[in-house]
Design a protein around this ligand. Structure first.
Ligand code: NAD
Ligand code: ZN
Length: 252
């Protein structure tokens, strides 16, 4: 997309926002790359290029031996603990503050939407901010557990492993959170997807639930997505630039 067509798309995006009353955002790892947290699929920075997530982030391999998982997640957790919200997170928090945005549904596990001030956040894939003992259920602060050098596998006082509250492969999404997200998708009149490859199920079904219920759909991403043809508007660009421009456009 040329700069001119991105500009034109932003003007159209502002119009769609102005016409809408119940806006819901669905975000992915792309909203946090400007905060220094790599996404999973971008060439060069993608976390999946180095390790096979099906192996390290699957429940069965974690149960067999949790060490490879902790070795993999630690650098990501350190980056997350140092990361600050960027203009994409701030723009969504501002839309909510103005009463335009109902909810942010996120696939991210970094907690940056809340840090930016968003109050209504549905974390489809859980959060790195808390961890839970696999045996007695005791909660711990996920960040301090994951950023400590030792032990290499964090343990509860009862002696069992502390597992971060993120959704592993082979694990169900938190049922209440998914149901709430589906409800939000079916009752919005505009969904804005930002920074998601829309490759992950069931998150990538939410835009279809929205359009099926006659909502408009805007996709903001720097790559194409499999749902671009379903969208009323595709804005190809950096979410940390485009989302603030959409919000600023509401004042013009
Ligand atoms: P993804 O990595 O599959 O896709 C991210 C998309 O964002 C890509 O299409 C990429 O081109 C685009 N992108 C990256 N930076 C961008 C930017 N600045 N502006 C516009 N587009 C940008 O991520 P996903 O769709 O969220 O799903 C994969 C899984 O990754 C999720 O399950 C999530 O739990 C996990 N994840 C989370 C984090 C995090 O919490 N920050 C980080 C990595 C992975
Ligand atoms: Zn315990």
């Amino acid at each position: 997309m040329s700069q001119n067509s991105t500009r034109q798309a932003i003007v159209e995006g502002v119009e769609l926002l102005q016409q809408s009353r119940r806006v819901v955002a669905l975000t992915g790892a792309g909203v946090s790359t400007s905060s220094g947290i790599p996404d999973f699929r971008s060439p060069g920075s993608g976390l999946w290029e180095r390790d096979d997530p099906l192996k390290v982030v699957s429940l069965s391999s974690f149960q067999r031996d949790p060490r490879p998982f902790f070795d993999w997640i630690r650098p990501l957790a350190r980056r997350t603990s140092e990361a600050r919200p960027n203009p994409a997170h701030v723009a969504l928090a501002e839309l909510e503050r103005r009463g335009k945005l109902e909810t942010v549904i996120t696939q991210n596990i970094d907690g940056l939407h809340q840090e930016a001030g968003s109050q209504y956040v549905l974390e489809l894939h859980g959060s790195l901010r808390t961890a839970r003992c696999v045996r007695c259920g005791t909660h711990e602060d996920g960040m301090s557990v994951l950023t400590a050098e030792e032990p290499s596998v964090p343990v509860c006082f009862c002696g069992s492993v502390l597992k971060p509250d993120i959704v592993f492969f082979e694990e169900m999404l938190p049922p209440g959170v998914l149901a709430q997200a589906q409800h939000e998708a079916s009752s919005c009149d505009l969904m804005i997807v930002a920074g998601s490859s829309l490759e992950v199920t069931p998150a990538n079904q939410l835009p279809l639930i929205a359009t099926y219920a006659n909502a408009r759909l805007i996709i903001v991403n720097r790559e194409r997505t499999p749902l671009d043809h379903e969208a009323d508007l595709v804005i190809s660009g950096d979410v940390a630039e485009v989302l603030p421009e959409l919000v600023a456009g509401l004042d013009r």
